[in-house]
Design a protein around this ligand. Structure first.
Ligand code: FAD
Length: 493
């Protein structure tokens, strides 16, 4: 008889772990709290608009191909990818914006205009970043990071030195470029990792490599198409997905998790894989004595920012916007200070506007625009309606000044989303949006571990454990944990 695995949570990591385990012969059931799979990448439809609720940037297409390829499939079996050109626009002021085109040569031309010699230095930068991408994405992120010895081979140790883990991204990039705007462009992908460039290891220039050489993509229909594809594949492999099944407890007897309890019933398990937020599972679903970490540990973690989001349906097109628009028209230093050093609602935040209807007519009624606005903010803030409204008007003033027309008067649908929604919907620790920041002290074996220290058959996956936040790392996290479960609990290798 197949061993029974209960996976908690149908986010990217839970779906990935479940599919891989079912493929290896386990009998897998996912228990998902919400009425829809996808976790932070859920979607909703309203008045003819289709909104992706979380991720909007499709980077590292190779990782998605690797994922589906594991099961003999291709992304094109499920969804249609288009490459965006320009990849994105950076707004420096109402009359001042730079489009980042697709293709290295085109980007070189933009760089050269901003700083003489920068096109050649970009190639030098990409050469070292290519090595980091190769070692980082093809080797390091696949390590379960359970033991230091995993990293002890001479080759990997040499690689660690070449990866620049002990140098900050901020000082690394300044060896190549001096123009402030150019530096901002290069530092932007690092913000995805949830820490400032000064606190992020230079190893993550692999993000620039991915973005510049592999491009920015979009799955037609929206990012949730990835979730739909993963659900379909999971079900093809025999995974049972039970929606509206919030887990309330993991029952442990003599160090073995043998039952998972929901409000709808109890599920017996030989192995449990927790894909819900790590801190929630560790602190709330286990009885004291079986927890990996105490409150002090969790309080001392550096979280990636949370977000204040707005989903807007606009009853006309907004010509000046591109698909991805980054508003870098205020001081990043002050905003970062108000996220990390002195957490508070930001004085003059940077923000991001996505308009997927620029690429995809299916996500808005004809002649209308689908807008998603994201303001990165510190975790753990109160988010009352008045505060949300204040920021809505603050970013709208800047957005309207940039596009040169009123948008507010044409908003026919509006929904906001912030900390309290992340907590209510995902049991998110401190209302986090993207998990833990990728600082040096929260990398690899220094992250919350993927296996419980006290419950022998309990594993963790997802953005709070290895390898980290983001859609590609969450997919990898699920595959890595499935390998570890298989090593210890058998079924087909
Ligand atoms: C606003 C936003 C924008 C983002 N933008 C990008 C982007 O552009 N590109 C990118 O690559 N990444 C992006 N990310 C990050 C990316 O979305 C996440 O890293 C990834 O989705 C995390 O997946 P996960 O499976 O670890 O967690 P989740 O998606 O949170 O999945 C966990 C699941 O567990 C469920 N759950 C929680 N508690 C319980 C319980 N008690 N019982 C049962 N189920 C439970 C939740 O409902 C959820 O479905 C973004 C994230 C956010 C929030």
């Amino acid at each position: 008889m197949s061993k029974r695995v209960i996976v908690i949570g149908a986010g990217f990591a839970g779906l990935s772990a479940a599919t891989s385990l079912a493929d290896k012969g386990f009998d897998v059931t996912i228990l998902e709290k919400n009425s829809q799979a996808g976790g932070r990448a859920r979607m909703f439809e309203q008045d003819g608009f289709r909104f992706d609720m979380g991720p909007s940037w499709y980077w590292m297409p190779d990782v998605f191909e690797t994922y589906f390829g594991r099961f003999g499939k291709k992304t094109s079996d499920y969804y249609n990818l288009v490459r965006l050109d320009p990849s994105y626009t950076v707004v420096f002021g109402a009359n001042d914006a730079v489009d980042l085109p697709a293709g290295v040569e085109n980007i070189q031309a933009v760089f050269e205009q901003m700083e003489p010699g920068a096109s050649r230095r970009l190639l030098e930068f990409l050469e070292q970043a290519a090595y980091k991408y190769d070692v980082g994405i093809n080797q390091f992120v696949w390590k379960p990071s359970r033991r230091v010895s995993e990293f002890m081979s001479l080759k990997l140790l040499q690689d660690v030195m070449r990866l620049d883990v002990f140098q900050s991204f901020s000082s690394h990039v300044r060896k190549y470029f001096t123009n402030e705007r150019l530096l901002q462009l290069m530092e932007f992908p690092i913000l995805f990792l949830g820490a400032t460039p000064a606190n992020t290891p230079a190893m993550y220039s692999l993000m620039n490599y991915a973005e510049i050489t592999m491009g920015t993509w979009y799955p037609m229909g929206g990012m949730h198409e990835i979730v739909k594809a993963m659900v379909k594949l999971a079900e093809e492999k025999g995974v049972k997905i039970l929606l509206n099944h919030p887990v309330k407890q993991i029952s442990v007897t003599n160090g073995i998790a043998n039952k998972v309890e929901t409000y709808q019933g109890t599920f017996e398990a030989d192995v449990v894989v927790a894909g819900a937020d790590y801190q929630h599972v560790d602190s709330k679903l286990l009885t004291p004595g079986y927890q990996n970490y105490d409150d002090r540990y969790w309080k001392s973690r550096v979280m990636a920012p949370s977000s204040l989001l707005f989903y807007l349906g606009v009853d006309r097109r907004v010509p000046r916007l591109q698909h991805h628009n980054l508003f870098f028209d205020e001081d990043f230093g002050l905003h970062a200070h108000e996220i990390y050093e002195k957490p508070q609602w930001p004085t003059k935040p940077l923000f991001y506007v996505s308009a997927p209807s620029k690429t995809d007519p299916g996500v808005a009624p004809a002649g209308m625009e689908n807008l998603f606005i994201l303001i990165p903010v510190a975790p753990d803030l109160n988010d009352p309606e008045e505060t949300r409204e204040y920021y809505y008007n603050l970013v709208m003033d800047r957005l309207e000044a940039y596009v040169g027309e009123t948008i507010r008067d044409h908003v026919v649908f509006k929904r906001s989303y912030a900390h309290s929604n992340f907590i209510a919907d995902y049991n998110a620790f401190r209302g986090n949006a993207y998990g833990l920041a990728n600082t040096l002290r929260q990398t690899a074996i220094l992250k919350p571990g993927l296996k419980s220290k006290r419950v022998n058959n309990l594993f963790y996956t997802g953005q709070l454990t290895v390898p980290g936040p983001g859609v590609p790392p969450s997919l990898i996290s699920g595959l890595v944990v499935a390998e570890e479960v298989t090593k210890e609990f058998g079924q087909r290798a």
